[in-house]
Design a protein around this ligand. Structure first.
Ligand SMILES: Cc1cc2nc3c(=O)[nH]c(=O)nc-3n(C[C@H](O)[C@H](O)[C@H](O)COP(=O)(O)OP(=O)(O)OC[C@H]3O[C@@H](n4cnc5c(N)ncnc54)[C@H](O)[C@@H]3O)c2cc1C
Length: 389
């Protein structure tokens, strides 16, 4: 069996089982032990070494084409790769450049932009954040107001972004900005690349419900960026942003998080004796079946992907089911822990400790980002069920 360090291997030609084993072994031996299964998003300083390990071994961007430093991995192999990263508890790295901007530049950027930016994502020199959402422009993203005005060869950008994940560790932002106010709102948006290491960029962290700082506000005050940092045509940003849809649509519906939450709930319920209560056990069984239902729906979509097929808006059902099931499981966990469920941090359960509250708080965000549950339901109603708007 080839090893992950073997650069000549065509991994698409390797069986899924062998590929899965190779990635699992790599993660088992190379992820620093202190960074496994973190219940928070680590800072760049903590994950830099792991990022560079992936980069040196060619596993940072395996889905990118070979000519741009990737392995040209098929979507179905990418699914296995991401599943194994998660199963092995690999920490999340700064991934906006890897998952979002890189694929956008490959698909829609100019050759000059690819040459200028892609190698610096792989080397860890450029760390990107995603500047889309604004106050009053989240689900209704096209209402965004951050403005970019062309002056000679430069854009001058003014406005505010919000909920920008890990912006405090980023040195670059890809942003949607308004470049024409006179047309239909989707038609006046452009996709700009901004160097954050300049006066006029202010990043303020926002503390989340679990007490962690991961999200930020970013203020842009007469910030400059060269015209050559415009991706695609002027006012074509909405179409560029839509390029990103695809892989995330299935991954955001993965049953992994609710499966992990269910395992923890079972452990807790057994340790506390709750499982002996038939009413509790019936509620647990019902949730267990919900998790299995989600897993089989996910498997159905994954199978379509594996066989090179495509799917439409019906994939929205996965995200709704996976994220809402995860929330229900963590709610029962808090309930099952009685008084301990109200405490933050690790609490003693039988002869071990468990963090009960964090998973409950953490998964509140799952039904908001990447298209909220309500928005996904609107998509299903309109595109799949053809209900009246
Ligand atoms: C953990 C996390 C990380 C994030 N990271 C980033 C990031 O890196 N970059 C970035 O740009 N953004 C990021 N976001 C922002 C995210 O994209 C927005 O939160 C999301 O689009 C929702 O927008 P909003 O918060 O403005 O809520 P709103 O759009 O104001 O929604 C508020 C409520 O109204 C409901 N609603 C809205 N419109 C409709 C409708 N038409 N029909 C029915 N119900 C509706 C929503 O479902 C929601 O319940 C992140 C968010 C979270 C939680």
């Amino acid at each position: 069996m080839p090893t992950p360090q073997d650069r000549a291997t065509d991994w698409n030609a390797v069986s899924d089982d062998d590929f899965r084993q190779a990635i699992a072994d790599f993660i088992a031996t190379r992820v620093p032990p202190g960074l496994r299964h973190l219940n928070r998003r680590p800072r760049w300083a903590e994950v830099r070494d792991w990022y560079m390990t992936l980069s040196r071994n060619g596993w940072l961007v395996p889905g990118w084409p070979v000519e741009w430093g990737g392995k040209g991995l098929s979507p179905s192999k990418m699914l296995v790769y991401v599943e194994e990263l998660e199963r092995g508890g690999a920490p999340r790295v700064m991934d906006q450049g890897l998952m979002n901007l890189g694929p956008v530049l490959i698909a829609r950027g100019s050759d000059e932009q690819r040459r200028r930016f892609l190698p610096k994502i792989i080397s860890g020199e450029h760390l990107w954040c995603q500047g889309y959402s604004e106050p009053n422009a989240g689900s209704d993203l096209a209402s965004l107001r951050t403005e970019a005005r062309l002056e000679g060869d430069e854009f001058i950008v003014n406005g505010q972004k919000i909920w920008t994940s890990v912006a405090f560790d980023a040195n670059h932002m890809f942003a949607l900005v308004r470049t024409d106010k006179t047309v239909k709102k989707q038609a006046g948006i452009s996709f700009l690349l901004i160097d954050m290491r300049q006066p006029g960029v202010t990043v303020r962290p926002i503390r989340n419900i679990a007490g962690h700082e991961e999200l930020c506000e970013v203020f842009l005050d007469n910030v400059r960026t060269p015209r050559t940092n415009l991706v695609g045509a002027l006012n074509d940003g909405w179409q560029i942003a839509k390029t990103l849809l695809g892989f995330e649509r299935i991954w955001s519906g993965s049953p992994r998080q609710s499966t992990i939450a269910l395992i923890r709930l079972e452990r807790l319920a057994q340790a506390t004796g709750k499982m002996n209560d038939p009413v509790f056990a019936a509620r647990f069984d019902r949730l267990a079946m919900d998790v299995l239902d989600g897993a089989s729906a996910y498997e159905r979509f994954a199978q379509i992907m594996r066989t090179g097929g495509s799917f439409g808006s019906e994939v929205s059902v996965l995200k709704i089911w996976a994220t809402e099931t995860c929330q229900r499981v963590t709610e029962l966990m808090v309930e099952a822990a009685d008084d301990l469920g109200t405490l933050t941090g690790e609490v003693p359960i039988d002869d071990e400790t468990m963090d009960i509250l964090y998973p409950f708080l953490d998964c509140r965000a799952f039904t908001i980002y990447g298209g909220s549950s309500q928005v996904q339901r609107n998509i299903l109603a309109k595109s799949v069920l053809a209900l009246p708007a």
